[in-house]
Design a protein around this ligand. Structure first.
Ligand code: PBG
Length: 330
């Protein structure tokens, strides 16, 4: 009788065998939780499009950070909603800015969690673009002025580091920002602060809920003149290689799910740690379907995070970090 000698099912028959042959391990060590901080006191305001996520005032976000530390989560990444926005995005680099205040408070109260800061102008400019916008005299079009923006991003990064940030994460996609920020940090005595660069950041519809959460939807135009075109993969390798040359310590792919091939290619082509941002839209579609009873949130979320890990990510920024930390506890 020609029974197959190789039976893969032999290695799947019970959980202990499956544990031994498992190739990918998702753990709390992989997770970074994004948090949104806003002015005020005692505020914890639900973000309707992202169930389970809140805009929090500094006191509340400090409590939250403490809880996340208790769950064993290694890091948080902070996004700020400033009191007021202006043309220069001055809230981004003010010493008494919302993020700076939050970093100081969290660092004082929570000893064992990394505070990563998103470095970008979009939450602070009145038009919602990621940099300083000027009108091109020749074409009459509005354009983000790359090199002017670099100066603001350097100021923002240094002010985060001064407040006590452990890692800065530029997400603006201006050319040359990693090198400029590296120089700025080094000149100000912060040569020990790593840069996690949003290197392959695509122009994506998956950021929709985040823009509601961070109140950062562009008032005109979109971000496609500085974020990557979803059709391109080789270009992502160029972005990563430039960021590494400029001094990036960790490189990031964002979003994650529609870009798993990009994560894998970067992982295979470079030696640097790779982060993946499992973005707001990827989270909200699962939440919405789960609320309707169409899918099992825990099962699907863990499957998604495992998939991102299997694609090659060393760490994952995810709105499931807190839930997953509980789910993964033995
Ligand atoms: C820009 C920034 C964005 C996200 C993280 N940093 C928004 C954008 O580029 O429009 C999106 C994250 C998410 O969707 O979860 N500061």
């Amino acid at each position: 009788m020609g029974f197959p000698k190789q039976r893969l099912r032999r290695l799947r028959q019970n959980e202990n065998i499956r544990r031994l042959v498992r190739e990918t391990h998702l753990s709390i060590d992989d997770l970074i939780m994004p948090l949104f901080v806003r002015p005020g006191k005692g505020i914890k305001q639900l973000i309707p499009s992202m169930p389970g996520n809140y805009q929090m005032s500094v006191d509340k976000i400090t409590e939250e950070a403490k809880e996340l530390e208790g769950l064993g989560i290694p890091g948080i990444i902070l996004f700020g909603i400033p009191e007021k926005k202006d043309e220069m995005g001055s809230g981004a680099y003010a010493d008494e800015g919302i993020i700076q205040e939050a970093i100081i408070a969290i660092k004082k109260a929570v000893k064992n969690i990394l505070v990563i800061t998103d470095v970008c102008m979009c939450e602070y400019t009145d038009h919602g673009h990621c940099g300083f916008v000027r009108r091109d005299d020749k074409t009459g079009h509005f354009e983000v002025d790359n090199d002017m923006t670099l100066e603001l991003l350097v100021k923002e990064s240094v002010s985060h580091a001064k407040a006590g940030a452990d890692i800065v994460a530029p997400s603006d996609m201006m050319d040359g920002r990693v090198g400029a920020i590296r120089d700025g940090l080094d000149e100000n005595g912060f040569d020990h602060i790593p840069i996690m660069a949003y290197s392959a950041k695509y122009s994506s519809g998956f950021y929709g809920p985040f823009r509601e959460a961070a109140e950062s939807t562009p008032g005109f135009g979109d971000r496609s003149s500085y974020q990557m075109d979803p059709h391109n993969a080789i270009e992502a390798l160029r972005e990563v290689s430039l960021d590494i040359e400029e001094g990036a310590d960790i490189v990031m792919v964002k979003p994650a799910l529609a870009y798993l091939d990009i994560i894998r290619r970067i992982k295979d082509s470079f030696d640097h740690p790779v982060a993946a941002y499992n973005v707001s839209g990827e989270f909200s579609i699962v939440k919405a379907a789960a609320e309707k009873g169409w899918i099992d949130e825990k099962r699907v979320a863990l499957e998604i995070l495992t998939g991102i890990k299997r694609a090659g990510a060393d760490m994952i920024l995810t709105y499931w970090a807190k839930d997953a930390a509980r789910w993964l506890k033995k």
